[in-house]
Each structure stands twice: as C-alpha cells, then as structure tokens.
Design a protein around this ligand. Structure first.
Ligand code: ATP
Ligand code: MG
Length: 555
C-alpha cells in the first residue's frame, strides 16, 4: 500500500482510539458461521479485520459463530481454516461461540436476576404478531410480569429439556414501544433439540445471534467488532447487553458488504447450487468461493489486491466482477510460465524439414521476469500441431496468419511459408503444408523477412494430450438475485466448455495444481486439483487474456 493512500473510515476510528488512549492496542475478530464455505465477500471481511490488526500492531481472532446447531458442520470449520490460511492470514486465537455456552448461560441468568429477561410462552408467530410495526408500538406480553423466581425456574426447565422446540423462549425485557424493532423484547434463547457439531447433546437451548455474538466479543475483549451494514440496526441491542451486563465494552462498526456483478454471494444460495448439483461442489471453479477461486487458479495475492482496491465503504455498492478478473490477470502476467497449448489441432507439415530430425529450441518462461524466467526445451520436428483457426483457406481482410502462399512466424522458432493444404472427404482442412526458412530462427534471424503474425505450435511427436476446461460466468444477469423469481433461472448455460483432447507441450507433463501458466494466446491456466489423475491432465482456465465478455456485451 502506498503511504499517501488516504485512510478508510475504520482506520480513522482505530487511529483516534489509539491516540486518545481509548485503547492501547486493538483486537479484531473474523466470525464466520460454519454453515458453508467462505466466498470472496468473506475475503473482504478477512482482509479488513486482519489488515487493521496488522497495520496497527493488534491481534485478530478466528471465531466460529456456531450457535445454530441445525446448519453447522465440522467440514465447514476445516474448510474455513484452510481458506483463511491460504489467503495469507494467521489468527491469534481460535474460538468457538459454543465454547462460551456456559458463560453465556450465566449471563442470561444474571439478566433474569436483574429483572431484565423473562420466559415467554408465546410461539414465534405470536411473538412476531405482537411486535407491532415500526409506526405502531407492540403489545406487552403477559409473561413480562413473571417474577424472577418463576423465570429462573422456567429457564432452568428449558435447559433441562422439559419443553419442546418452540414451546418457550427467553426474551430480554427492554421496550415494546421502541422505534427500533430489535429492541422490542428480542429473543435471547430458543429451544432446539438438535445435536451440535461440537457440544453434541449437552444443550437443548441455544442463544440467539445478537446476544451470543456481542457477548462473545466481550469475552474475548474484542475492541472493534466489525460487521456488515445490515447489522447497524442491531447495534443498540449489542450495546444494551454490554451495558446491562457490565461486560467488556466491545464496540460494533459496520461496513458495506461486497456485492459483485454476475455473482451470487449468499451462502444459502451457494448451498442450493451445490445441493441441486448445478455445480460440482463448493469448490467448483465457477463458484465465488475461496476454494473455487483457488481451484480456478486465483492467487492469494490477487484476492488481497482486489480487496485493497475496492476499499472499505459505509454505503452499499456493487463492484464489477471485471475488476476481480483484472487483479488476477495483473498478478498472473508477472508469475505465470508461458507454455504452448493447441486447443483445436490441425497438422502442419514442414515439407522441407528433414524426416526424423529434432531441433531442441529454447522457449522463454516469462518475459516479465529477469532473464525471461529461464528457458524450457521445445522440440521442433517436421510435423507440428497448430490451432485450426490459425489457417484460412481464403483469408479474410487483414489476415496475418496462415493461408495459401502466406508467411507467418512460429513462436520462438522459424518463419514458415504456406505451400498447400489437404482436405478430408467432408471438405474440412486437415493438413497444412509449409516450407520453413532455415535462416529465420528466432534470436538469430538473418533472413531479412518481415512477417506480421506469430502463431503457436507443438511438435506432434512430442505433444501430450490433456483435457482443458474453459469457464465463463456462472450467471448471465448482472444482478442474478435481483428478480423476484428463481435466481437459478439466470444461470449461464455455457459457463463450462470441456475440450477433451487438447495438445500440450511436453514440459507441462510435471505441472502441479497451483502452478500458474499462460497458454500463449489462450489465457491463464492451472492444473485442476480434482479431476487430474495419473494418466490424465486436466487444466482449468483461470481467466482469458483480455476481457472477451466486455467486448461482447459492448457491441
Ligand atoms: P452470507 O450472507 O453469505 O451467508 P454471512 O454474513 O451469513 O454471509 P458469516 O459467516 O456470518 O456469513 O460471515 C462472517 C463474516 O463475514 C461476517 O462478519 C460478515 O459480515 C462477513 N461477510 C459475509 N459476507 C460478506 C460480504 N459479501 N462482504 C463483506 N463481508 C461479508
Ligand atoms: Mg451470518
């Protein structure tokens, strides 16, 4: 980050708190609910929480907000930890809200003893119906007048499993006519006779988000509890619990969540895509999950740079997904190894090249790196594979690639002159014939011939086969969740194109998942971690070289 960059509003708040002595050091937390995999929106929150602590010498906890046993699972816990680490962050302490169930229960008892909480008999529907509207006060429940003793014994009975789900809840006694609906005697505890992924069947009552979250912050002495804007209206309740209980005064701050064009981001919707098998799991390379982006070939740096670029605001906005693609291109251009891969091969036969002879040419690994990142061997032989779209029988205007009697440079090799071609019985061109110009070898060209086009190639004898997967956006609507109807109707039917037999250069034989490649003229690719086997290499396209989508839609 450059020094002159102005501070975002949370950095300003932290600097003020440190300079006035309100805090001597800061402590943030990242609090995912383990009910799904992390997505790029979470990355924004991770970069923000860890970034603030890193910048101001503070600490960040990872806290699993696991107070709803119905949706949570250990699989999610593990994936979340792996994703946070992969993004490049390390937490100070690892906590689970469920570890605080005893403490939170004791806090509830103390609110009951202060006459600030009561056991309610109404159902959730009845409670909602009696809450009033923003302009009309709610009705006070009869249960409000219960004595402390009665509430203590009912709450104990709730805990002991004497009631069924929904039969009773514990409510805070605040103000049924508050203009803030969240202050109208909110629910603190509900009964759920469901096994919890960590506490098993120890509990059958579970604290609600507002109570558990704020008090977990206090227990951990979190100074700045950062959440997304929709929780702004919950802040008075967050503060009320802290004040009434006299616990550590954590303070909640809200920022705008990340929204991306052509992307759905809510875990609930992503879960639907997974469950209905519309994608190949949470880590499908088209998913906006961290694990999907990783499998797709995104780097942690590109995601951190993206989060840095979008900044931190207090107003809702929507970011062009093109910016994310820009960030990955920018990073991969600097690190990806250049390789030659032919997606739709036809033979090119160099008629004046000796039969059975092989010339080992050197290909630069990456011209952006010092000394081109080193060189790899590229065998050159009489029969090559080239891209069928690089030959036109009748060339269009301004065609600089191969056509009868035209010359083109084979990348890092020779200039060739097209002398003919062969068609099969269906009329499809299956072979292109050329003569090469021996004195035009790249790097030592004395031919004096200038050509405008350069194409890629692979020695047919040495080429390996691979499957290549080309991805496009999963949704074709700019805001897929916008319409009333089913967001899945906005899915792009062409978001995955599988090329079963591409020809790849031999140096790709030892590629590993996580290696980054630029397939020259084709885009950035990485080896797929899931479908690659001993005998089959599968490559994922991370991103095209340029933004083909922008070009298509602006036409
Ligand atoms: P979702 O709505 O996708 O289910 P969530 O808010 O329920 O997300 P949590 O696991 O509760 O997911 O989120 C953990 C943290 O990540 C919270 O602090 C939350 O505010 C933040 N977060 C979630 N989604 C986004 C987003 N799109 N942009 C920024 N921060 C986000
Ligand atoms: Mg949530």
């Amino acid at each position: 980050m450059s020094e002159e960059k102005s501070l975002h509003f949370l950095e300003e708040i932290v600097e003020k708190d440190l300079s006035t002595g309100k805090h001597t050091s800061i402590h943030t937390r990242f609090p995912p609910e383990p009910n799904g995999y992390l997505h790029i929106g979470h990355a924004k929150s991770i970069c923000l929480n860890f970034g603030l602590a890193d910048k101001y010498g503070g600490k960040t906890n990872l806290r699993f907000d696991d107070t709803n046993p119905v949706t949570e699972d250990t699989e999610y816990v593990e994936s979340i930890k792996a994703d946070v680490r992969w993004l490049g962050f390390d937490w100070e302490e690892e906590h689970y809200a469920s570890d605080y169930f005893d403490q939170i229960y004791v806090l509830a008892i103390s609110l009951i003893k202060k006459g600030l909480a009561y056991v309610e008999d109404m159902t959730a529907e009845e409670i909602a119906a009696s809450k009033g509207t923003p302009t009309e006060p709610g009705r006070e429940s009869q249960a409000r007048s219960r004595t402390v003793e009665e509430n203590l014994s009912l709450f104990t009975a709730m805990k002991e499993g004497k009631y069924n789900d929904g039969e009773k809840v514990l409510r805070a006694k605040i103000d049924m006519s508050s203009p803030n609906m969240h202050m109208r005697d909110p629910i603190m505890y509900r009964i759920k006779k469901t096994s919890h992924h960590r506490t098993g069947d120890t509990w059958c009552i579970y604290p609600m988000y507002d109570f558990a979250h704020g008090q977990s912050d206090s227990i951990e002495h979190i100074t700045h509890s950062i959440c997304t804007l929709e929780f702004e209206v919950h802040r008075p309740l967050y503060n009320w619990y802290v004040e009434q209980l006299g616990t550590f005064p954590s303070t909640q701050y809200e920022f705008a969540r990340l929204n991306l064009t052509y992307t759905v981001m809510s875990k609930r919707k992503l879960l639907q895509l997974v469950q209905e098998k519309l994608v190949d799991g949470w880590d499908d390379p088209r998913m906006p999950t961290i694990s999907g982006l990783r499998r797709r070939g995104f780097t942690p740096l590109s995601i951190r740079n993206f989060c840095e670029r979008i900044g931190v605001q207090r107003r809702e906005n929507i970011i062009d997904v093109g910016l994310l693609e820009f960030c990955i291109r920018e990073d991969l251009n600097k690190v990806a190894l250049r390789r030659m891969v032919v997606l739709d091969p036809i033979k090119l036969i160099i008629t004046n090249y000796p039969d059975g002879s092989t010339d080992i040419l050197k290909g630069e690994n990456n011209p952006e790196l010092e000394d081109n990142g080193g060189y790899r061997d590229m065998p050159f032989t009489k029969e090559l594979w080239i891209e069928s779209e690089d030959f036109q029988e009748v060339p269009q205007k301004k065609w600089f690639r191969l056509a009868p009697d035209m010359k083109v440079r084979l990348k890092s090799a020779y200039i060739v002159h097209c002398t003919g071609f062969k068609k099969d019985e269906t009329g499809k061109v299956v072979e292109v014939h050329c003569e090469y110009i021996p004195e035009s070898k790249s790097g030592q060209d004395t031919s004096g011939i200038n050509v405008k086009g350069t194409i890629h190639w692979i020695s047919a004898e040495h080429a390996l086969d691979a499957e290549v997967r080309l991805y496009d956006r999963l949704f074709q609507a700019e805001d897929p969740s916008d319409e009333e109807g089913d967001f899945k109707l906005n899915m792009n039917p062409n978001s995955l194109e599988i090329i079963p037999t591409a020809k790849i250069e031999p140096s790709l034989k030892d590629a590993k998942p996580g290696d980054q490649f630029q397939f020259i003229r084709k885009g950035y690719f990485t080896l797929d971690s899931k479908f690659t086997t001993e005998d089959k290499l599968v490559f994922n396209r991370t991103v095209t070289l340029k933004d083909a989508w922008a070009k298509m839609t602006s036409r």
